[in-house]
Design a protein around this ligand. Structure first.
Ligand code: UD1
Ligand code: CA
Length: 457
């Protein structure tokens, strides 16, 4: 492959989205559409990427991944005009310039590679990625003589005869950069939309004696662009299927792929079972032989092997091998859960470590804490980490047993091997190997009830 750059058109508002948000930032499976296009380009080995921004340029620019160049088009005067604004991005550049669109997130690296291969083998100055649509309404039509590409004509400018053509322009191309620079000089806005059409460069190049070609997309879904929220949902469905299929091919078991919502940056190990309603967002890795039960949501987290998670929420945390989570557990950011731990029902953990073998089987809050190995936290243990202004840390060292319904008022440490009696409110450190009882002593008043009965008569 020759030296290649990619330019992505993304200046439009996308009025039909009925949204304040720039179209290319709308998300598919939790990731901005334009990011998929950038990733496809990078996947094909093209790291030099420019994006044309216009509507809410600052918002789009700020959202672009590092290393991507933003070029501003202040007025949207057409796709040709957009590329002219980006001339500095490819001035003096000898090689291929891919022109893609930011609202077609399904484009795959294989398709880009195929287009570039055809472009180079054919010695073309421009190669258009095309598709055959049963209903081509609205798209630019590919006008050919035999197999030879003649021109692209926009729907609004097309004759009846041209409108009958079913081969359409995807809006994605591979150009010879130098030839494109030359052709752009001849663009005129003398058409139905009074816009500078990038598509006119095809005719211009031909008139200049250059060869142009087309590449029918190997995968029809690759070129689908999003213009409305209905289409966004359709594309999301296709993307979901792609993500899930790829994971199943690598060994994951997804019981119902239609109702399992995984981010493109999710990795799932072998024989891990995902039940319906599982959602992952951001970068998530799940190891081998796990069970991820229904309606579990995992965001930016790493899960080890053999972990069992039931109907729980896990945010920016790690869970190590053999651990049980849930049902209805809530792991908030920066929870580090060790091996063979139990985080049971209605347990919330925040910014805390639970070392190997620790257990909080039910109804417990663990915040800003370190829980040692094999510690058992009884039902209803509360780490009282907040005084209304400050947050403090609690440490429960290895092999401690905290009785039910205890409060550990931080900052406080329960030293190794100690017991805390049920119902205690611990405000002072507990030395090792001891029993702390911090509750009112029980008093039994014998015969009291009988006296009360007398008074009632
Ligand atoms: C364009 C093509 C058409 C093709 C279709 C595929 C032209 C003249 N026509 O038409 O042949 O079938 O795409 O979807 O190119 N954009 C800018 N700046 C502008 C105008 C557009 O950045 O001034 C961006 C848009 O944000 C969008 C892309 O270019 O990402 C395509 O623009 P759009 O208006 O959707 O083009 P179509 O008229 O649909
Ligand atoms: Ca248009």
């Amino acid at each position: 492959m020759k030296a290649t750059k990619t330019l992505i058109l993304a200046a439009g508002h996308g009025t039909r989205m009925v949204s304040e948000k720039p179209k290319v930032l709308h998300e598919v499976c939790g990731k901005a559409m334009v990011d998929y296009v950038i990733d496809a380009s990078r996947g094909a080995g093209i790291d030099d990427v420019g994006v044309i921004v216009g509507y809410k340029a600052d918002v789009v620019r700020a959202a672009l991944p590092e290393g991507v160049v933003a070029v501003e088009q202040t007025e949207q005067l057409g796709t040709g005009h957009a590329v002219i604004q980006a001339l500095p991005f490819f001035e003096n550049f000898e090689g291929n310039l891919l022109v893609l669109v930011g609202d077609a997130p399904l484009v795959r690296k294989e398709t880009l590679e195929g287009m570039i291969a055809v472009h180079e083998a054919g010695g073309f100055a421009a190669t258009v990625l095309t598709a055959v649509f049963e209903d081509p309404t609205g798209y630019g039509r590919i006008v050919k003589e035999g197999d030879a590409l003649i021109k692209i004509v926009e729907h609004k400018d097309a004759t009846e005869e041209e409108r009958a053509i079913k081969e359409i322009n995807s809006g994605m191309y591979c150009f010879d950069a130098a030839a494109l620079r030359e052709a752009l000089k001849s663009l005129r806005a003398d058409n139905a939309q009074k816009e500078y059409y990038l598509t006119d460069t095809i005719e211009i190049l031909r008139a200049a004696g250059k060869k142009v070609g087309s590449y029918p997309t190997p995968e029809i879904t690759d070129i689908a662009a999003v213009n409305s929220k209905v289409q966004l949902a359709e594309i999301e469905k296709i993307m979901r299927k792609r993500i899930n299929t790829a994971l199943m091919e690598k060994g994951a078991i997804i019981i119902d792929p239609d109702s399992t919502y995984l981010s493109p940056d999710t990795v799932v190990g072998r024989d891990t079972v995902l039940y319906p309603g599982v959602i992952t967002q951001g970068k998530v890795t799940i190891g081998d032989n796990c069970i991820v039960g229904h309606n579990t949501r995992i965001v930016d987290s790493a899960i080890g092997d053999g972990v069992d998670i039931q109907s729980s929420t896990i945010l920016e945390s790690t869970v190590d091998d053999g651990t049980h989570v849930g049902p209805y557990a809530y792991l908030r950011p920066n929870s580090k859960i060790g091996k063979n731990v139990k985080v049971g029902d209605f347990v919330e953990v925040k910014n805390a470590t639970m070392k190997d073998g620790a257990k909080a089987s039910h109804l417990t809050y663990i915040g800003d804490a370190e829980v040692g190995r094999n510690v058992n936290l009884g039902c209803g243990t509360v780490f009282v980490n907040y005084d209304g202004v400050h947050k403090f840390k609690t440490v429960v060292e290895d092999n401690c047993f905290i009785g039910c319904n205890s409060n550990l008022v931080s900052p406080v440490t329960v030293k190794e091997g100690s017991y805390v009696a049920a119902g205690s409110t611990i405000t002072q450190d507990v030395p090792e190997d001891s029993l702390a009882i911090a509750r009112a002593r029980q008093v039994n008043k014998e015969g009291y009830a009988l006296t009360m009965d007398q008074l009632k008569k």
